[in-house]
Design a protein around this ligand. Sequence first.
Ligand SMILES: [Zn+2]
Length: 157
Amino acid sequence: MSANPKYNVDLTHCFVEEGSLSLPVQAFAGRVGSKFIISLRDQNKILGVKCPTCNKVYCPPREYCEKDLTKLDENWVELSNEGTITNFTIVNYNDRHLPRKAPYCLAMIKVDGADSPFAHIVEGVEVEQVKIRMRVKAVYAKETTNTILDINHFEPV
Ligand SMILES: [Zn+2]
């Protein structure tokens, strides 16, 4: 009997090949997510959805209210391109999957009119100068990527 201590299994009748995978993937953004991205891309407008039951405004939009499960996809509201940093971190390492070279600021930003924040990049200010409650505005990308990065970044107002 032959055992591989790395896997702690009997490998007498197994052949194990080491390797790694890098798989490009595509996923449907959903009807709500698609409308959100298309509005960013074609009109440079940030949309949210407002719950008619509890009045919470979600941005990014979602199909159902997390509190009362009301369906929200017909209650669109246009929100401001300006907002407030509610939290942030400084990314200090490089990885090919990250959108910027380190160091850069990744912040939770609640745009005016929304009750929920979303994550985005803050530029136009030294990372050491970023503060919670800092006012920022969306700067749109010159070329679309059909993603949230159609807002290229936020910068101080
Ligand atoms: Zn609700």
